[in-house]
Design a protein around this ligand. Sequence first.
Ligand code: ATP
Length: 166
Amino acid sequence: DLAASQQSDRLMIEEFDLVACCRQVSTSAKQLHAQSISIDCADEQIRITADPTKIKQLLLILIDNALKYSKRSIEVRLKKELTNVEIRIKDYGIGIAQVDVRNVFERFYRVDSSRNRKTGGTGLGLPIAQSIVKEHHGTIRIESKEGIGTEVIVQLPLEHKNPLPT
Ligand code: ATP
């Protein structure tokens, strides 16, 4: 799986614009799907210090999932806060049942394998997404209703906190 093969341990922290990064990922994700992606952001730029390769991988996993499990267009919202940026990826697709939401961050977990047969996947996307968010000292959560849609909400600090040397 592409997402899994790009996984590496060390973070390469740089300053970059998350809005541009998000547009770049959307452009490549769109080539694999029929729907469109709207990006909503009040700021022209949101500068963050983080690992750009990993943040791209995170966005690609979440945007690809939203497109994979929905027939309609999806929405990506970026909101700059005092010390954080909030990223919301929202789809109006099949959704996730309440009993499954708590499990989707487990490796290889896929909701109802028969339903998922048409859309390939390994069940590694969300666990990788979660580990990237954790490495960046952020949070990730899912709000979903079966048959209505799913929203993934990520909070990342604008400034990366390096772990203290031991
Ligand atoms: P891949 O490793 O290729 O991403 P995957 O999509 O099966 O495969 P995860 O990204 O870890 O793996 O997702 C786990 C499961 O959570 C999926 O199989 C799917 O059942 C459910 N899921 C994830 N995102 C969504 C979404 N936006 N809408 C509905 N179900 C979702």
